[in-house]
Design a protein around this ligand. Structure first.
Ligand SMILES: NC(=O)c1ccc[n+]([C@@H]2O[C@H](COP(=O)([O-])OP(=O)(O)OC[C@H]3O[C@@H](n4cnc5c(N)ncnc54)[C@H](OP(=O)(O)O)[C@@H]3O)[C@@H](O)[C@H]2O)c1
Length: 242
């Protein structure tokens, strides 16, 4: 195993992160899963797919998280940030953001900056951030969440310039509505069946995404076929129109 073959995946204990770990492992990459509270889930997944032992870290403390990652002695050639959480609240309801920007934005950009530096030295690498369709078109009742995801797309479009001359690509996969599963946590948008039906009616494919369908897009942008794509936000939303 060389460092270029190692894919660090955050949110590995969550719905999309776990699907992404499986998809990347299936392409032959050695996955280094990162989780926070869900160590048992991440460890089970690591065993299932032959990944490295998961790193447990609170990514809102990026310096401490990087220390834990460095302890593993690898400098990943692929980074996928699939951690995050939602905040359902009207802008008319008073209250602070509960650390939403720390989790959804600052932790992502700091981690990508640090892990990306290792890629510069090797003159190649892939950074893929999991954003959201909400970051492009908004989401009723979740203005703050949508704004954090828009920030990721703007960061990737800009960071692509810093990393580009070193052959490192930076992209965002922006899922639409995803079917919740047993691994869903606080990052997942969980709706009632009635809400899901109403959402599906406004999607060209008339259904919500399976986590694997989001993971497939991530695996493409993390793989060798996507070398001339950078700074982009790829909507994976089944042709949603709302
Ligand atoms: N599911 C959807 O419908 C959907 C649609 C569009 C976009 N997204 C985005 O996709 C990403 C993943 O969503 P998901 O559905 O997979 O959510 P999820 O099942 O709730 O997973 C969230 C993951 O984020 C990790 N995490 C949260 N706070 C953390 C912290 N401080 N430090 C380290 N890890 C932390 C969690 O780790 P622990 O559990 O180990 O604490 C968990 O692995 C999120 O950014 C979400 O906004 C999801």
């Amino acid at each position: 195993m060389t460092d270029s073959d190692v894919a660090l995946v955050t949110g590995a204990s969550g719905l999309l992160g776990a699907a992404i770990c499986r998809a990347l492992a299936a392409t032959g990459l050695t996955v280094l899963p990162v989780c926070h509270r869900g160590l048992d889930r991440a460890a089970e997944l690591a065993e299932e797919i032959g990944a490295l032992e998961p790193v447990r870290a609170d990514l809102t403390d990026p310096a401490a998280a990087m220390d834990r990652i460095r302890e593993r002695g690898v400098s990943p050639g692929v980074l996928v940030c699939a951690h995050g959480r939602t905040l359902r609240r009207s802008v008319l309801t008073p209250g602070d953001d509960d650390g939403l920007w720390d989790v959804n934005v600052h932790s992502v950009t700091r981690l990508a900056g640090s892990v990306g530096k290792g890629m510069l030295r090797r003159r190649g690498g892939r950074i893929v951030l999991v954003g959201s369709r909400a970051g492009s078109v908004g989401l009723p009742g979740q203005a703050e969440y949508a704004a954090t995801k828009a920030a990721l797309s703007a960061w990737a479009a800009s960071a692509a310039w810093d990393f580009g001359r070193f052959g490192v690509t930076v992209n965002v996969v922006a899922p639409g509505a995803v079917l919740p599963g047993p691994g869903s946590g606080s990052g997942a948008a969980v709706y009632t069946e009635e809400e899901n039906r109403a959402v599906a009616d406004r999607i060209a494919l008339r259904r919500l995404a399976a986590p694997e369908e989001i993971a497939g897009a991530v695996a493409f942008l993390a793989g060798p076929q996507s070398g001339y794509i950078t700074g982009q936000t790829l909507l994976v939303d089944g042709g949603a129109r709302w």
